[in-house]
Design a protein around this ligand. Structure first.
Ligand code: PLP
Length: 412
């Protein structure tokens, strides 16, 4: 007899997850069109029908990143794999890399630099503030042998947006390549890879692209491709070696690893939807829902962590009102409203909430549901709440800022 009794304490059933509303720091809600794309028949990863779809996927990604970079494709793995891909390929042992840190994800970049044998020089900024370009300029002046500048465009741990255009200008002036984390910015905030001269960029499928987690779009400039091709030593990671991966994502189509075909259908559909909507429309939609949520939250007296000028529309970090058990609020929102919001990280643990309005999650229904649910839960906890005031404030924003219809070209 084979044992079937691995988990004697719990009977195993088919897994059927509840329908949540994801308004945390990611993942965000997956659009039903994207989910159904995933359920289509699995193809071989070298099937010509599949490889044709891959070409479209690359084009759609170029549109989303606003780049002509030939080397633009999704890495099989979460955003963290896209991040490692940039660092392992571009850093040679001993290279000096300037990393900007203004939240959790900058720290991870430092870790990557060090594990690749590079020397990280760090520009620290307060959490909740954007990266200060002047500090980067000063650091590069003192370290003229720096090879790469790395920073996070949209810091999800705090909701701060950094000025990628200016940071890349400074890096280029000092003859450095740039690595940019756009996991939370792609699709949600203006991002122009070519215009801003970004050399290496990575993102994630599960934030503003309305797609499940597990894929990491990346794009590399010609300068980066040259750098990687002319490396002296081998890239330390076999899986992430761009020179080898190119055999699959390039024109020769040789086997490298089995691409997650169904996951790639999902990304294709989500990027196609972004294309139909139009990038500018998507950026405007994220702004509009942010403004409505903000108006509603402010009726509770909540303050934002990030100054308005640098605030991300897709990630709203606000201080928890004094005397409120923030964990209990999150628990009740999840259990009673199926609504997930995010907690604070690091020093902000227990002090802030993070409301994500990313991708398909960035919509009126979610803003209204969230405000209504908060009114009820906060009132139960003894806060002075005027019922309906938050929704009324949000409505006012919607009424005053109609979203213009989709650009005609997107409908062709
Ligand atoms: C979510 C996130 C990541 C990591 O992405 P994973 O898919 O979780 O690996 C990296 N950087 C930023 C800014 C993020 O928000």
């Amino acid at each position: 007899m084979l044992t079937r009794n691995f988990y004697p304490e719990k009977k195993i059933n088919t897994f059927y997850p509840p329908q949540r509303i994801l308004m945390g720091p990611g993942p965000s809600d997956t659009h039903p069109r994207v989910l159904s794309a995933m359920a289509r028949p699995t193809l071989g990863h070298l099937d010509p029908v599949f490889t044709d779809m891959m070409e479209e996927l690359k084009s759609l990604l170029r549109y989303s990143f606003q780049t002509k970079n030939l080397l633009t494709f999704p890495v099989s793995g979460p955003g963290s794999v896209g991040m490692e891909m940039c660092f392992v390929n571009m850093i040679n042992p001993g290279d000096k890399v300037l990393v900007c840190r203004n939240g959790v994800f900058g720290s991870r970049m430092i870790e990557n630099v060090q594990r690749c044998g590079g020397v990280a020089i760090i520009v620290d900024n307060k959490w909740g503030e954007p990266v200060d370009p002047q500090k980067v300029e000063d650091m590069l002046k003192h370290n003229p042998d720096t090879k790469i500048v790395a920073f996070v465009h949209a810091e999800t741990s705090t909701g701060a947006l950094s000025d990628a255009k200016t940071l890349c200008e400074i890096a280029r002036y000092h003859d450095c390549l740039t690595i940019v984390d756009s996991v939370t910015s792609l699709g949600g905030s203006p991002l122009k890879v070519d215009e801003w001269n970004i050399d290496a960029i990575y993102s994630g499928s599960q934030k503003c692209l309305s797609c499940p987690p597990g894929l990491s779009p990346v794009s590399f400039s010609e300068r980066t491709v040259e750098l990687v091709k002319n490396r002296k030593g081998k890239v330390q990671s076999w899986f992430m070696d761009l020179n080898l991966l190119l055999g699959y994502w390039g024109t020769t189509r040789t086997y490298h690893h089995t691409a997650p075909t169904n996951a790639l259908y999902a990304l294709h559909e989500s990027l196609f939807m972004l294309y139909e909507e139009g990038l500018e429309h998507s950026w405007a939609r994220h702004q509009r829902n942010h403004k409505a949520l903000k108006a509603g939250l402010e009726t509770f007296g909540t303050k934002f962590l990030v100054d308005e000028k640098y605030r991300l529309p897709q990630l709203n970090a606000v201080y928890v009102p004094t005397g409120v058990d923030e964990k209990e609020v999150r628990r009740r929102l999840l259990v009673e409203y199926n609504l997930e919001i995010g907690a604070g990280l690091g020093d902000f643990s227990g002090k802030i909430w993070r409301f994500g309005l990313m991708g398909y999650s960035s919509k009126i229904e979610n803003v209204m549901l969230c405000l209504g649910a908060l009114e009820t839960v906060l009132a139960d906890m003894g806060l002075k709440i005027q019922p309906g005031a938050a929704e009324a404030a949000a409505h006012q924003v919607y009424a005053n800022s109609p979203l213009t219809s989709m650009p005609a070209e997107a409908l062709n």
